[in-house]
Design a protein around this ligand. Structure first.
Ligand code: ADP
Ligand code: MG
Length: 640
């Protein structure tokens, strides 16, 4: 019997292993199954190239719980190890790998933001000591050599003796430690297999299950009254295979139908009842290797709840569902899987973001998404328009955050109008350039954020033959800011930002019916009645049939406030505590204004002004509470 020391330098590596990856103990399971998978795939490879004269067959990996014996077994039919190979791969290489890993992350135990991803790779075989106080390896190589039996109880000493295993392959036995008995529970192991191994390439058996015997056709018999009875379906016991070794993303797009993509979505998100809107199959092998399928789900305005839905795999082994840094931020709202062996995982997130390969991956994904959106748009515009509301957040967010995407998005980003038409930027530009250019040659794009609340303003714009966009996503103020700075000589104006003739100022100035003297008188009168802390009075000679009083909110201030609420921009102007300010635009050409001026008593004038002001506030939704009650009472009194 051979005995040896693994390495005297780090005598207490096992307690360290236990301590460092505290939150991630469960990953031992993935590591051991990954090793079993590697061993099986290696055998497949060498038998394919004729280096091993073995029957490859239909190998599987088995996970078995021995609750009484407090043991967990991992059995594979892979290439196995000789005693020499154990010494080399387990005692030397794997051990120094574990040692190096610990050295690197000693100071980061527990609290480090990166342990999530670091803990996933690098420790390999020795991660089993996080949950076991003794580990055994029974293995027989595909080479014609004796079986080997390795035992290690967590001290640096190991025992290596001739083993009894007859069949090619490896069995790892974990003697589960007293503080880790949760891993002897069937439900816990099942949960972990589901989490980490759902799509691993070799079938994984975990127990058995009863199914209907496919060879049995249940007989139906009739009794003397003619009543039919069907006998029970015969049950047979079969292996319970917990994984799908050939998930959709490993297949060629040409071999998949729409149904297959939808089916895979259900496989990924069994609790999700809504179907995805469309998918993007990623498939590239140069200059890096990446496969995957991304799905566009319906995305609501609540951005916070939709992250962490993309799963990251490496060669079909689940790694994480936090793809920050790998997938551009705006696409983390999508769902699906990404599988790439080229993403370095044992590095910190900040390093990840700076890594050249990862940057290329990120921009590849961005480009593929843009290309897909473009082709969806050009292949079936009508359908794309229908989906626009559900996907616009992702696209608008992408336009804001990724310059490359912004450029590409011109081909498919849509600008819907209040009339339900959809324009691309170019179409919109051509449609309105003749009519909506102001005297300084600036193109003014009018928009509304709420069709009902801004109804009268929209109507006023329409009356002039202007197009009004309906832009209602929460980041719209950022987006239009971005468009204003990147497109030439345009500006956006919300319809309630000012009187329509001021939003798009044309050369011809309107003639005022009032004399200067009358204007001064009106101005004084208004200022005496209208509360100055809420409204700036603004006299405008407008069409005589336009509304006499209009309340507006200046574009700039409102936009800054909105941008501040949705993060970024505006903040530097220190407008956080600004009270809401509105303008009261008074149409000096309206009949009502003339009436007010011509009214004899001061009291009656004030009443007319107050009533008009309240009507204007009412139309902006600004009349509330006691003021609203008073207004209604006053109005009833008037018509009595
Ligand atoms: P890694 O998998 O990254 O190489 P591990 O610590 O997980 O590191 O494993 C160390 C080595 O031990 C493997 O590279 C492999 O040579 C060997 N090994 C581990 N498990 C098995 C197994 N089930 N069958 C055959 N060889 C194995
Ligand atoms: Mg490994």
């Amino acid at each position: 019997m051979a005995k040896g020391n693994i390495n005297v330098a780090v005598e207490n590596i096992f307690p360290l292993i236990k301590k460092f990856l505290y939150s991630d103990h469960e990953i031992f399971l993935r590591e051991l199954i990954s090793n079993a998978t590697d061993a099986t795939l290696k055998l497949k490879h060498i038998s394919n190239i004729g280096e091993a004269k073995v029957e490859y067959g239909n190998p599987q990996i088995e996970v078995k719980i021995d609750k009484k014996g407090k043991k967990l077994h991992f059995i594979d039919q892979g290439l196995g190890m000789t005693a020499e190979e154990i010494k080399k791969y387990i005692n030397e290489i794997a051990f120094s790998g574990a040692e190096e890993f610990l050295d690197k992350y000693k100071d980061k135990s527990g609290k480090a933001e990166d342990t999530g991803i670091i803990g996933h790779f690098g420790l390999g075989f020795y991660s089993s000591f996080m949950v076991a106080d003794k580990v055994e390896i029974h293995t027989k190589s595909f080479k014609d050599e004796d079986a080997a039996h390795w035992t290690c109880d967590g001290s640096p000493e190991y025992a290596l003796v001739k083993g009894k295993r007859k069949e090619r392959g490896t069995e790892i036995i974990l003697h589960i430690a007293d503080d880790s008995t949760e891993f002897l529970e069937e439900s816990r192991i099942k949960e972990l297999l589901q989490k980490y191994n759902k799509f691993m390439p070799i079938p994984i058996k975990f127990g058995t299950k009863e199914v209907n015997d496919p060879d049995h056709k249940p007989k139906t018999t009739k009794d003397k009254d003619g009543k039919e009875t069907t006998e029970a379906h015969k049950q047979i016991t079969v292996d319970n295979i917990i994984n799908n070794p050939n998930p959709a993303w490993t297949k060629q797009p040409a071999d998949l139908k729409d149904e297959d993509y939808k089916g895979f979505y259900r496989e990924l998100y069994p609790m999700q009842f809504e179907e995805p809107l469309f998918n993007i199959h990623l498939n590239v092998d140069y200059p890096f290797n990446l496969t995957g399928i991304l799905y566009f789900p319906k995305i609501t305005n609540d951005l916070s709840i939709q992250k962490d839905r993309i799963q990251l795999y490496q060669n079909q082994v689940f790694v994480t569902d936090n793809v920050e840094g790998i997938v551009p931020e705006f696409l983390t709202m999508l769902r699906g899987v990404i599988d790439s062996p080229d993403i370095p995982l044992n590095v910190s997130r900040s390093y990840l973001q700076a890594d050249g390969a990862v940057k290329k991956i990120s921009s590849y994904i961005t480009r593929k998404v843009a290309d897909k959106l473009k082709s969806l748009f050009s292949e079936n515009r009508e359908d794309f328009e229908k989906k626009w509301d559900d996907i616009k957040i992702v696209i608008e967010y992408g336009m804001l955050s990724e310059e490359k995407f912004f450029e590409k998005a011109d081909a498919f980003a849509l600008y819907p109008t209040v009339n339900g038409k959809y324009f691309t930027y170019e179409e919109l530009y051509n449609k309105i350039k003749a009519n909506q250019t102001d005297k300084d040659d600036k193109l003014v794009i009018l928009y509304a954020s709420d069709k009902d609340a801004q109804h009268s303003y929209i109507e006023a714009a329409k009356a002039k033959g202007y197009e009004v966009l309906l832009l209602d996503s929460p980041i719209v103020s950022h987006l239009i800011q971005k468009l204003e700075t990147s497109k030439e000589n345009i500006s956006f104006a919300r319809v309630d930002g000012d009187h329509i003739d001021n939003l798009i100022k044309k050369e011809d100035t309107k003639i005022s019916k009032l004399s200067d003297e009358e204007k001064t008188k009106l101005d004084e009168l208004l200022k005496a009645v209208v509360p100055s802390e809420k409204f700036m009075v603004q006299l405008e000679p407008m069409d005589s049939n336009a509304a006499p009083f209009i309340i507006t909110q200046p574009e700039f201030m409102r936009r800054m406030k909105e941008m501040q609420q949705t993060g970024g921009g505006g903040g530097m102007f220190g407008m956080g505590d600004m009270p809401e300010m509105f303008n009261l635009v008074v149409n000096t050409n309206s009949e009502l204004v003339s009436d007010i001026l011509n009214t004899k008593t001061r009291k009656k004038q004030e009443r007319l002004i107050n009533q008009s002001l309240d009507l204007a506030r009412l139309s902006q939704g600004l009349l509330k509470g006691e003021e609203l009650t008073n207004f209604i009472k006053r109005s009833y009194d008037m018509i009595k």
